[in-house]
Design a protein. Structure first.
Length: 66
């Protein structure tokens, strides 16, 4: 019988971008014709959203961007 060695699982390294990585990605996106628009939250929009829903968890989802 042959001796088989178990293959070790290589741990995946997580992508942890720094400020330079983010700046480079933004510049690349803009140079390729991308546009970035700033979104501002209006107090009236939030009040309208709350009037449509009754549960406080819906407001939490709205604030957390879900």
């Amino acid at each position: 019988m042959k001796n088989y060695k178990k293959k070790r699982h290589q741990r995946t390294s997580f992508f942890n971008p720094n400020h330079g990585d983010i700046k480079n990605a933004i510049n690349k996106y803009l140079n390729n014709g991308g546009k970035i628009t700033k979104i501002t939250v209006d107090e009236q929009n939030y009040k309208d959203f709350l009037s449509l829903r009754e549960l406080p968890s819906a407001a939490d989802e709205f604030l957390n961007g879900n």
